[in-house]
Design a binder for this molecule. Structure first.
Ligand code: ACO
Length: 352
């Protein structure tokens, strides 16, 4: 019995794999670096979904169907956006996904996210939602819908890189949840709601916001080493470190760092983050000897999302925009090839 199901294989997948020893994420046989350099977000979705959400999918086809999906999602905003008044962006995104009809196509489900999250952020800022431009890629259009005007190509590229890097990585907690829901033959839209709910916690997709708060707190303390010692002595967790599968540095961290460096004005913050990372790794190896706690993707993810003008409470929902493609692919694969997931528990209560 392992309550975290660590090391237990609960699915066979052709979709993606995290090699924790070699520090590698593979999606349909491609490394994350290849996906970023050669395929981009829509091209990677085409690879991931091919054979599940259609045959012979390519970047242009996904770009076109996602554009149409965003147009449809914008037309349907009034179905749920008023109910999000006074709610956080995280809660609003849950409403957005819950409003997606059961008979939606995978592209319609995935496209509801960028439109919904941009509309939620703008509404919270007292601005009206902006209609999508279906001719653009998802990242560029999301930032355009968010900021009210077209953004520099470097910003759109950075978000495209982010969406590509974090799209899928095997049976993480939210993906497993999506597969459990799909395994009962529930709709793909329901599987995505389930995946999203599992994603929101700070140990998983909710990590980038608290990671940035942690960096700020450590910087403000004036003595990073003392801050780290105090935090770990109190039994606290350092956000942005540790991973269930990776025992070496997460390769996605470096891919995001390169994107961040291209954005320019973050140089000071990047240097602080790199210095913090070195000190934190040393502190972790002192406090948790024998456990390889390495840098995960979250520090650079948080810096990247911040550099794109996003508020912290939107980090997780934006992360979910990228990850949604992975949930959909796994839900489709589960329905095609898997059995209903129903593990057993050991009863330790009374009366047996
Ligand atoms: N800081 C301090 N201690 C840690 C950290 C950390 N970041 N991560 C794990 N540990 C410690 C735990 O306290 C525990 O110590 P103990 O054995 O003395 O009790 C031990 O390492 C094992 O912890 P688990 O939670 O069982 O390890 P697991 O492999 O399940 O952890 C997780 C994975 C949840 C990501 C963890 O490393 C963590 O909480 N990290 C910080 C949050 C974070 O960055 N999350 C984003 C992950 S990436 C993603 O999901 C998108």
């Amino acid at each position: 019995m392992d309550s975290g199901l660590e090391g237990i294989i609960a699915a066979e997948t052709v979709l993606s794999h995290t090699d924790g020893e070699r520090g590698m994420v593979l999606v349909r046989g491609h490394t994350v670096q290849e996906l970023i350099a050669q395929h981009g977000y829509e091209g990677s979705v085409a690879l991931l979904w091919d054979g599940f959400a259609g045959e012979d999918l390519d970047r242009a086809a996904i770009r076109a169907t996602f554009g149409e999906g965003r147009r449809l999602a914008f037309d349907r905003l009034e179905r749920w956006l008023p109910a999000a008044t006074g709610r956080t962006i995280e809660e609003g995104t849950r409403l957005c996904l819950a409003a997606v009809p059961d008979d939606s196509t995978p592209a319609e489900i995935a496209s509801a996210m960028p439109v919904g999250v941009a509309a939620l952020i703008r509404t919270q800022r007292g601005q009206s939602p902006l209609a999508p431009d279906p001719s653009l890629g998802t990242a560029a259009d999301f930032l355009r819908m968010l900021h009210g005007k077209a953004v520099a190509a470097a910003m759109a590229d950075a978000l495209d890189t982010y969406f590509t890097a974090i799209m899928d990585n095997g049976l993480n907690a939210s993906t497993f949840t999506a597969r459990v829901v799909a395994s009962t033959r529930a709709s793909i839209a329901s599987a995505v709601v389930g995946g999203y709910c599992a994603f929101t916690g700070p140990l998983h997709g909710g990590a980038p916001g608290p990671t940035l708060a942690m960096l700020d707190e450590a910087a403000q303390s004036g003595d990073v080493d003392a801050w780290l010692e105090r935090k770990l002595a109190e039994g606290g967790r350092l956000m942005g470190f540790g991973h269930r599968v990776f025992r070496v540095r997460d390769p996605r961290a470096d891919a995001l760092r390169e994107s961040l460096a291209r954005l320019g004005p973050n140089v000071g913050r990047l240097a602080f983050a790199a210095d913090f990372e070195r000190r934190a790794l040393a502190a972790l190896s002192r406090h948790k000897p024998g456990r390889s706690l390495q840098t995960n993707v979250e520090i650079n993810a948080a810096l990247l999302l911040d550099a794109l003008g996003l508020d912290r409470d939107a980090f997780m929902p934006v992360f979910a925009i990228g990850r949604c493609a992975g949930w959909i692919a796994h839900a489709l694969e589960q329905q095609k090839t898997g059995r209903m997931i129903r593990p057993s528990s050991r009863y330790v209560g009374t009366g047996a």
